[in-house]
Design a protein around this ligand. Structure first.
Ligand code: MN
Length: 507
């Protein structure tokens, strides 16, 4: 008999969340019926494994490999430990078999072969870990005595181990987004940007017109207007060039903007005219542009914010005259819980670049000493920011207090460089270690955002050891250079998205 139905898929994901486990998932009726198996499936027929039935997962999760942000459901790293097809044995209706509490599955994976049997234990009541089942491998021609999943630790998709994926993830799973959008690319930033044909179409537009990119039609205006004055020896940067950059950087910057309220710093008349903050989602914005209604808005405050949840939104913002993109440090679903803490090294008039580097290196030492992971970036102006990814939970009061304590300890080493005065004119030109930026609705420039200054400098993530590079400048990377840098050096800041952590007590 020939079975004409498409093969059902199965996957086993090795998932290091609060506890390491293997997630065994079978495609049943368009979803992934799932069990967490702490010790993992095996080919050894003499071994019985405990398995805990967990929520069905969407089919989109089938080949997910990457990281899930700490503080969200399943936070940790995931590799596709095995994948393949399966056929139910002894039934045409596996959903019904599951209801009855016994499923026999013939699996055809890379590691797992033969017949797996899942049997519900006891009365099927769910404990705190989920419904308890038993998993065994039948004594068949694929059975292997003594076979241990830990001897086969690598992903069947990438050949990488969990540690390797964690250190350099390709994808991020955002369970707060719809399943079709939840898997976000972190690497190969140029792979999903506009192609040559789309860029040519932009070049060929007149001063205005419709540009099709990222599956959207965007009405672009004033494309030949100069938005950034020239630096010495360079051409000024037009709106067309900004829009081009916005499209090229969108896949890279999007993970830092998605799910967050966006504060736009607009300069419709260019960076040498006065800019203003624009937070309200305009009534004329295209329908597809996501908005977020702030339930706590007071009368007269912004009620609906723009949320850049797709790459076209970044292009839209650029065309709207938003030269700078500042996203909240919290996600809209929990606006009072930041996803990172922030150290803002804010130079005073008398602070030299060398002074600022001294402060940055002292913070680097402090982070090394405390074992806290953090990533620096230059602001594109004169400063340096350090982002400290955290698992969601602490409030802004908590992160602000933690950063203040850290920075006061660092500042005490070089009191001649640092002022703790609030008023700029009382600081005597010294730098400020601005822990007060750890608050809701702050205007913190996003990584890769341009800055409203001659030459269109960019707030560029750097590696810690670049603080020792004598050529480093706070505004040295521009919309014309940062894409090549990304292609050559990769994206160091993605770790801010990947690794949540609990801030240790500072003594
Ligand atoms: Mn899991």
């Amino acid at each position: 008999m020939v079975d004409a139905r498409p093969a059902r898929r199965f996957v086993v994901q090795l998932h290091r969340a609060s506890r390491l486990h293997y997630d065994l998932r079978f495609e049943v009726d368009g979803a992934l019926a799932s069990w967490a198996v702490p010790k993992g499936p095996t080919l050894d027929p003499g071994v019985r494994r405990s398995a805990f039935r967990v929520d069905d997962h969407p089919m989109e999760y089938l080949d997910f490999e990457g990281v899930i942000p700490e503080g969200t459901y399943g936070g940790g790293d995931v590799i596709v430990w095995d994948i393949g097809t399966w056929t139910p044995h002894g039934t045409d209706d596996p959903a019904r078999a599951l209801e009855a509490g016994e499923l026999h599955a013939d699996v055809h994976g890379e590691k797992l072969r033969g017949r797996l049997v899942l049997v519900r234990r006891g009365d099927g009541s769910a404990g705190s870990d989920g419904e308890q089942w038993l998993l065994v491998h039948k004594k068949d021609s694929h059975a292997v005595k003594g076979w241990n999943p830990e001897d086969h630790p690598r992903s069947v998709l990438s050949g990488r181990t969990s540690d390797e994926v964690k250190a350099d993830p390709e994808r991020l799973w955002r369970s707060d987004l719809p399943a079709a959008e939840a898997s976000i690319h972190l690497r190969r930033p140029d792979s999903s940007g506009p192609d040559e044909g789309e860029l040519e179409a932009l070049d060929e537009l007149g001063t205005e017109g419709i540009w099709e990119v990222f599956g959207r039609e965007l009405r672009l205006t004033n494309l030949d207007k100069v938005l950034f004055p020239a630096r010495d020896g360079e051409e000024p940067v037009t709106k067309r060039e900004l829009v081009r950059y916005a499209a090229q950087i969108a896949p890279t910057v999007l993970p830092y903007l998605a799910g967050r309220a966006l504060n736009m710093h607009r300069y419709p008349n260019g960076a040498d005219a006065k800019g203003f903050w624009h937070k309200q989602r305009p009534a004329h914005a295209p329908e597809w542009l996501t908005g977020w209604d702030n339930p706590e808005a007071d009368p007269g405050e912004t009620t609906t914010y723009v949320v850049a949840d797709e790459p076209a939104a970044v292009v839209w913002a650029a065309n709207f005259g938003a030269l700078e993109w500042h996203a909240w440090t919290s996600l809209t679903d929990q606006p009072h819980r930041p996803t990172y803490a922030l150290v803002d090294l804010d130079p005073g008039e008398a602070t030299s670049w060398e002074d600022l580097l001294v402060l940055a290196r002292l913070h680097r030492t402090a982070f090394e000493h405390t074992g806290v992971r953090a990533q620096p970036k230059v602001t594109g102006r004169r400063g340096i920011q350090i982002w400290v990814p955290i698992s969601r939970g602490p409030t802004f009061d908590d992160t602000r207090a933690w950063v203040e304590q850290l920075s006061r300890t660092v500042g005490a080493v070089v009191p001649e460089l640092v002022s703790w005065k609030w008023e700029v004119r009382e600081r005597g030109g010294k730098a400020r270690l601005d822990y007060t930026q750890n608050a809701i609705n702050k205007t913190l420039v996003a990584p890769y955002s341009p800055r409203a200054a001659p030459g269109a400098p960019v707030s560029a993530p750097i590696e810690w050891d670049e603080l020792d590079d004598p050529s480093l400048r706070p505004d040295g990377f521009t919309v014309r250079t940062v894409l090549d840098r990304l292609a050559a050096k990769g994206e160091p800041f993605r770790r801010v998205l990947a690794d949540g952590q609990t801030l240790p007590k500072l003594s």
